[in-house]
Write a protein that binds this ligand. Structure first.
Ligand code: AMP
Length: 184
Protein backbone atom coordinates (compact mmCIF):
# COMPACT_ATOMS: atom_id res chain seq x y z
CA UNK A 1 0.00 0.00 0.00
CA UNK A 2 1.26 3.49 -0.84
CA UNK A 3 1.53 6.50 1.42
CA UNK A 4 -1.94 7.72 0.58
CA UNK A 5 -3.50 4.39 1.58
CA UNK A 6 -1.57 4.33 4.86
CA UNK A 7 -2.70 7.86 5.62
CA UNK A 8 -6.32 6.93 4.95
CA UNK A 9 -6.12 3.97 7.31
CA UNK A 10 -4.66 6.12 10.02
CA UNK A 11 -7.14 8.97 9.66
CA UNK A 12 -9.28 8.84 12.75
CA UNK A 13 -13.06 8.92 12.69
CA UNK A 14 -12.88 12.30 14.41
CA UNK A 15 -10.85 13.76 11.54
CA UNK A 16 -13.02 12.14 8.88
CA UNK A 17 -16.20 13.57 10.43
CA UNK A 18 -14.68 17.04 10.76
CA UNK A 19 -13.42 16.97 7.18
CA UNK A 20 -16.90 16.03 5.99
CA UNK A 21 -19.05 18.50 7.97
CA UNK A 22 -19.69 21.79 6.14
CA UNK A 23 -19.82 25.08 8.01
CA UNK A 24 -22.63 27.29 6.69
CA UNK A 25 -22.23 30.84 8.03
CA UNK A 26 -25.34 32.87 8.91
CA UNK A 27 -27.79 29.96 8.56
CA UNK A 28 -30.64 29.92 9.52
CA UNK A 29 -30.00 33.43 10.82
CA UNK A 30 -27.11 35.90 11.04
CA UNK A 31 -24.38 34.98 13.52
CA UNK A 32 -25.07 31.21 13.55
CA UNK A 33 -22.51 28.88 11.99
CA UNK A 34 -24.63 25.91 10.99
CA UNK A 35 -22.89 22.53 11.03
CA UNK A 36 -24.20 20.80 7.92
CA UNK A 37 -23.98 17.06 8.58
CA UNK A 38 -25.57 15.98 5.28
CA UNK A 39 -22.17 15.14 3.69
CA UNK A 40 -21.55 12.61 6.47
CA UNK A 41 -24.67 10.62 5.67
CA UNK A 42 -24.01 10.98 1.93
CA UNK A 43 -20.70 9.10 2.42
CA UNK A 44 -21.51 5.40 2.95
CA UNK A 45 -18.20 4.30 4.58
CA UNK A 46 -18.25 7.31 6.90
CA UNK A 47 -21.92 6.97 7.84
CA UNK A 48 -21.36 3.25 8.48
CA UNK A 49 -18.35 3.97 10.73
CA UNK A 50 -20.24 6.65 12.69
CA UNK A 51 -23.07 4.21 13.42
CA UNK A 52 -20.56 1.45 14.23
CA UNK A 53 -18.78 3.73 16.72
CA UNK A 54 -22.06 4.36 18.54
CA UNK A 55 -22.96 0.65 18.42
CA UNK A 56 -19.56 -0.33 19.88
CA UNK A 57 -20.09 2.08 22.75
CA UNK A 58 -23.62 0.92 23.61
CA UNK A 59 -23.44 -2.83 22.89
CA UNK A 60 -24.01 -4.80 26.10
CA UNK A 61 -25.10 -1.74 28.12
CA UNK A 62 -28.66 -2.98 28.64
CA UNK A 63 -30.39 -0.44 26.40
CA UNK A 64 -34.00 -1.32 25.63
CA UNK A 65 -34.93 1.52 23.30
CA UNK A 66 -33.55 4.44 21.28
CA UNK A 67 -35.15 7.86 20.97
CA UNK A 68 -34.36 10.16 18.02
CA UNK A 69 -34.94 13.92 18.13
CA UNK A 70 -36.48 15.60 15.05
CA UNK A 71 -35.16 15.77 12.53
CA UNK A 72 -31.54 14.80 12.10
CA UNK A 73 -31.70 12.67 15.24
CA UNK A 74 -33.99 10.39 13.21
CA UNK A 75 -31.17 9.66 10.77
CA UNK A 76 -28.60 8.58 13.34
CA UNK A 77 -31.02 7.17 15.90
CA UNK A 78 -32.92 4.93 13.50
CA UNK A 79 -29.75 3.63 11.82
CA UNK A 80 -28.32 2.78 15.25
CA UNK A 81 -31.57 1.15 16.43
CA UNK A 82 -31.63 -0.92 13.25
CA UNK A 83 -28.01 -2.03 13.75
CA UNK A 84 -28.57 -2.89 17.42
CA UNK A 85 -31.96 -4.55 16.95
CA UNK A 86 -33.67 -2.08 19.31
CA UNK A 87 -37.01 -0.24 19.10
CA UNK A 88 -36.84 3.31 17.79
CA UNK A 89 -39.15 6.11 18.92
CA UNK A 90 -39.56 9.66 17.70
CA UNK A 91 -39.47 12.95 19.57
CA UNK A 92 -41.14 15.49 17.29
CA UNK A 93 -42.13 19.12 17.22
CA UNK A 94 -45.67 19.79 18.40
CA UNK A 95 -48.49 18.70 16.12
CA UNK A 96 -46.61 16.15 13.99
CA UNK A 97 -47.24 12.86 15.83
CA UNK A 98 -50.58 11.21 14.97
CA UNK A 99 -51.39 9.30 18.18
CA UNK A 100 -51.87 10.54 21.78
CA UNK A 101 -48.80 12.37 23.05
CA UNK A 102 -47.13 13.81 26.11
CA UNK A 103 -45.40 17.11 25.57
CA UNK A 104 -43.05 19.57 27.15
CA UNK A 105 -41.96 23.11 26.34
CA UNK A 106 -38.53 24.64 26.68
CA UNK A 107 -36.94 28.03 26.15
CA UNK A 108 -35.22 29.04 22.95
CA UNK A 109 -33.12 32.16 22.40
CA UNK A 110 -36.33 33.91 21.38
CA UNK A 111 -39.59 32.36 22.57
CA UNK A 112 -40.12 28.68 23.27
CA UNK A 113 -40.60 25.32 21.56
CA UNK A 114 -42.75 22.29 22.32
CA UNK A 115 -41.79 18.69 21.62
CA UNK A 116 -43.86 15.54 21.92
CA UNK A 117 -43.60 11.78 22.18
CA UNK A 118 -46.29 9.12 21.82
CA UNK A 119 -47.72 8.10 25.20
CA UNK A 120 -46.85 4.45 24.63
CA UNK A 121 -43.26 5.03 23.47
CA UNK A 122 -41.62 4.41 26.84
CA UNK A 123 -42.45 2.01 29.66
CA UNK A 124 -41.11 2.22 33.24
CA UNK A 125 -38.56 -0.57 32.70
CA UNK A 126 -36.96 1.15 29.70
CA UNK A 127 -33.28 2.04 29.56
CA UNK A 128 -33.11 4.70 26.89
CA UNK A 129 -30.50 6.23 24.61
CA UNK A 130 -31.43 9.72 23.38
CA UNK A 131 -29.85 10.53 19.99
CA UNK A 132 -29.47 13.75 18.04
CA UNK A 133 -27.00 14.96 15.44
CA UNK A 134 -25.71 17.90 17.45
CA UNK A 135 -25.65 19.24 21.01
CA UNK A 136 -25.80 23.04 21.14
CA UNK A 137 -27.37 24.69 24.22
CA UNK A 138 -28.88 21.37 25.34
CA UNK A 139 -32.46 22.64 25.61
CA UNK A 140 -33.86 20.15 23.11
CA UNK A 141 -32.07 17.12 24.56
CA UNK A 142 -32.98 18.10 28.14
CA UNK A 143 -36.64 18.34 27.10
CA UNK A 144 -36.44 14.91 25.42
CA UNK A 145 -34.93 13.44 28.62
CA UNK A 146 -37.77 14.97 30.61
CA UNK A 147 -40.33 13.22 28.38
CA UNK A 148 -38.54 9.90 28.92
CA UNK A 149 -38.39 10.25 32.70
CA UNK A 150 -42.00 11.45 32.95
CA UNK A 151 -42.96 8.11 31.36
CA UNK A 152 -40.85 6.27 33.95
CA UNK A 153 -37.91 5.43 31.68
CA UNK A 154 -34.25 5.90 32.61
CA UNK A 155 -31.95 7.77 30.23
CA UNK A 156 -28.69 5.83 30.00
CA UNK A 157 -26.97 8.58 27.99
CA UNK A 158 -27.50 11.25 25.36
CA UNK A 159 -25.46 10.60 22.21
CA UNK A 160 -24.50 13.15 19.57
CA UNK A 161 -22.25 13.12 16.56
CA UNK A 162 -21.26 16.75 17.21
CA UNK A 163 -21.01 18.82 20.40
CA UNK A 164 -20.49 22.58 20.44
CA UNK A 165 -18.54 22.74 23.72
CA UNK A 166 -18.67 26.53 23.99
CA UNK A 167 -22.48 26.46 24.38
CA UNK A 168 -22.27 24.32 27.56
CA UNK A 169 -25.12 21.98 26.62
CA UNK A 170 -23.75 19.37 29.05
CA UNK A 171 -24.40 21.71 31.95
CA UNK A 172 -28.10 21.94 31.11
CA UNK A 173 -28.29 18.14 30.91
CA UNK A 174 -27.08 18.05 34.54
CA UNK A 175 -26.74 14.43 35.75
CA UNK A 176 -27.49 12.81 32.39
CA UNK A 177 -24.31 11.40 30.83
CA UNK A 178 -23.40 12.86 27.44
CA UNK A 179 -21.28 11.35 24.68
CA UNK A 180 -20.26 13.04 21.43
CA UNK A 181 -18.04 11.76 18.65
CA UNK A 182 -16.57 15.18 17.77
CA UNK A 183 -16.21 18.47 19.62
CA UNK A 184 -15.84 22.07 18.46
P1 AMP B 1 -30.02 22.91 21.35
O1 AMP B 1 -31.39 22.64 21.91
O2 AMP B 1 -29.60 24.33 21.47
O3 AMP B 1 -28.98 21.95 21.93
O4 AMP B 1 -30.11 22.66 19.80
C1 AMP B 1 -30.03 21.42 19.31
C2 AMP B 1 -30.79 21.23 18.02
O5 AMP B 1 -30.64 22.32 17.11
C3 AMP B 1 -30.26 20.01 17.32
O6 AMP B 1 -31.35 19.27 16.86
C4 AMP B 1 -29.40 20.53 16.19
O7 AMP B 1 -29.63 19.80 15.04
C5 AMP B 1 -29.82 21.98 16.00
N1 AMP B 1 -28.68 22.94 16.00
C6 AMP B 1 -28.44 23.90 16.92
N2 AMP B 1 -27.37 24.63 16.61
C7 AMP B 1 -26.88 24.11 15.46
C8 AMP B 1 -25.74 24.42 14.63
N3 AMP B 1 -24.89 25.41 14.89
N4 AMP B 1 -25.54 23.65 13.53
C9 AMP B 1 -26.40 22.64 13.24
N5 AMP B 1 -27.47 22.31 13.97
C10 AMP B 1 -27.72 23.03 15.07
Amino acid sequence: MGDAGDRNLMTTLDTRIKQSIRDIPDFPKPGIIFKDITPVVADPPLFRDVIAAFADRYQGKGLTTIIGIESRGFIFGSALAHKMGLPFHLVRKKGKLPYKTIQTSYDLEYGSATIEMHVDAITPTDVVLVVDDLLATGGTAAAACELVSRQGGRVHECAFMVELDFLNGRKLLKDTPVFSLVHY
